[in-house]
Design a protein around this ligand. Structure first.
Ligand SMILES: *[C@@H]1O[C@H](CO)[C@@H](O)[C@H](O)[C@H]1NC(C)=O
Ligand SMILES: *[C@@H]1O[C@H](CO)[C@@H](O)[C@H](O)[C@H]1NC(C)=O
Ligand SMILES: *[C@@H]1O[C@H](CO)[C@@H](O)[C@H](O)[C@H]1NC(C)=O
Ligand SMILES: *[C@@H]1O[C@H](CO)[C@@H](O)[C@H](O)[C@H]1NC(C)=O
Length: 347
C-alpha cells in the first residue's frame, strides 16, 4: 500500500517533469555540433522563460558579470548566433563569466504570454526568472534595436545590479511619441494578421521560402549562413517563424512598443538630466537611416555622462551585417567597466 502510494507520488512528480517536456534540446538552434550552451527554463509568476547561457571560465573572468543579450523585435535569442563564437573567445578578456541570450515570452522556447507584456513588466519578470535560475547579477546588458528599451528599463529598475550597457542601433525613449512610428505599428499588425491567415491556409511557408519576407519581419534568409549563422540556426529560426505562436507574439509585441517607450520616457523625465548618471554605456548605431535617428542616438548616449557613441555606415541588422561592431563595442564597454566604472550609479 505504502509502496503503491509512493509510486503514485513519484509518478506524479515525474509526470510533471515530463509534461513540461518542454525542456527540449535546442543546441541545434545555435552552434550545432560541439555547442557548449546551457538552456535554463525558469518558471516565474506562471510563465516559463528560456534563457540560453554560454561560459568560458578562466581565473580571469570567474567572478565577472553576466552579460544578458536581448534581440530586436520580432527576433529572439537565435539572432545572436553570428556573434556567439566571438563572445566565447573574448569573454575571458572581457571579464564576463556568462553570456546569456533571452527568448522574450512567446518567442523561441519561452511560454506565450496570455496578454501583451510591456517592457516594464518583462523586466520585472526577467529579473524574477534570473533569480529562479540562480543567474544572479551583476549584469552587463546588451540590446539590439528594440532590446535597447530593455537595457534602459532594467538599469533604471535594478541600478545596483547593472555594471554597464550597450545598445546596438537601439530604440530610444522618444520613439513612441513619433506619429510615423505609431502608424507603422498598425501596418505591421495588419501584415502579421495576414501572415497568420496565410499560415492557416498553408500558403505562408512557400511564400517565405520564396524570399518574399524581408529580414525586418523576422524571417531568416537562407543567405544568413554566409553572414555567420549556422545552417541549423537558420532552419530552426525559420521553423519557429512559421508558427502561429510566433506570429501572435510579434503582434503582441508591436502593440506594447509605443507604451513601453513612453513609460521609459516618463521614468527618465522624473529623474532630471543625465538619468543614467555615470553608468558605463556604449552606443553603436547606423548612419544610413536619417538625421533624426542619428540625433536621437546621440541624445540617448548623452543620458549617461560615461558613454561613447560609435557610428557605422551599415544597416540596422548588425548581427547580420556587422557582427564585428558588436564585438568591438563589447571590448570598449568592458574596458570602460574595468578602467572607469560607475561611482555614482547604483551607489
Ligand atoms: C572581474 O569582475 C569582478 C566583478 O566586478 C571583479 O571583482 C574582478 O576583480 C574582475 N576581474 C578582473 C581580472 O578584472
Ligand atoms: C575560451 O577563451 C580562450 C581565450 O580567448 C580561447 O582560446 C578559447 O578558444 C575559448 N573557448 C571557447 C570554447 O571558445
Ligand atoms: C521624452 O519625450 C519628450 C517629448 O518627445 C522629449 O522632449 C524628451 O526629450 C524625451 N526624453 C527622453 C529622456 O527621452
Ligand atoms: C531556402 O532554402 C530552402 C530549403 O533548402 C528552400 O526550400 C528555399 O527555396 C530557399 N529559399 C530561397 C529564397 O532560396
Amino acid at each position: 500500500m505504502m509502496f503503491i502510494k509512493l509510486l503514485a507520488v513519484l509518478s506524479i512528480i515525474l509526470g510533471i517533469a515530463n509534461s513540461q517536456g518542454a525542456y527540449p534540446d535546442v543546441s541545434n538552434a545555435y552552434l550545432g555540433a560541439g555547442d557548449t550552451g546551457l538552456s535554463y527554463y525558469p518558471s516565474y509568476l506562471g510563465l516559463k522563460m528560456h534563457i540560453r547561457c554560454y561560459s568560458n571560465v578562466t581565473t580571469a573572468n570567474q567572478n565577472g558579470p553576466t552579460a544578458l543579450f536581448d534581440a530586436g523585435l520580432p527576433f529572439f535569442s537565435t539572432a545572436w548566433v553570428s556573434v556567439i563564437p566571438s563572445v566565447l573567445q573574448n569573454m575571458p578578456a572581457w571579464n564576463i563569466s556568462k553570456a546569456c541570450f533571452m527568448d522574450r515570452y512567446g518567442y523561441g522556447w519561452s511560454d506565450s504570454a496570455p496578454y501583451p507584456i510591456t517592457t516594464q513588466d518583462y523586466v520585472f519578470r526577467l529579473h524574477g526568472s534570473l533569480q529562479a535560475a540562480n543567474l544572479k547579477g551583476k549584469y552587463i546588458l546588451v540590446g539590439w534595436s528594440w532590446g535597447s528599451i530593455f537595457t534602459q528599463v532594467f538599469s533604471l529598475t535594478y541600478p545596483k545590479e547593472v555594471a554597464g550597457i550597450m545598445t546596438v542601433d537601439g530604440t530610444d525613449s522618444k520613439w513612441g511619441f513619433i506619429s510615423a512610428n505609431q502608424q507603422s505599428i498598425i501596418t505591421y499588425t495588419n501584415t502579421y494578421m495576414n501572415f497568420m491567415s496565410m499560415n492557416n491556409m498553408g500558403t505562408l511557408q512557400s511564400y517565405a521560402n520564396d524570399g518574399n519576407v524581408a529580414l525586418g519581419f523576422g524571417f531568416f534568409p537562407n543567405g544568413s549562413v554566409a553572414m555567420g549563422f549556422t545552417p541549423n540556426s537558420v532552419s530552426t529560426s525559420q521553423q519557429v517563424w512559421l508558427t502561429n505562436k510566433y506570429l501572435k507574439t510579434a503582434v503582441q509585441e508591436f502593440n506594447i512598443m509605443v507604451i513601453s517607450s513612453a513609460v521609459l520616457n516618463f521614468t527618465y523625465a522624473i529623474k532630471g538630466s543625465n538619468p543614467l548618471k555615470d553608468l558605463p554605456y556604449v552606443n553603436i548605431y547606423e548612419t544610413i537611416f536619417d538625421q533624426d535617428w542619428i540625433d536621437r542616438q546621440l541624445f540617448m548616449a548623452s543620458l549617461s555622462t560615461n558613454s561613447i557613441a560609435v557610428p557605422y555606415a551599415t544597416d540596422h541588422f548588425f548581427p547580420w551585417s556587422n557582427g564585428g561592431a558588436i564585438v568591438s563595442g563589447l571590448t570598449a564597454l568592458t574596458n570602460k567597466i574595468a578602467t572607469n566604472p560607475a561611482v555614482v550609479w547604483g551607489a
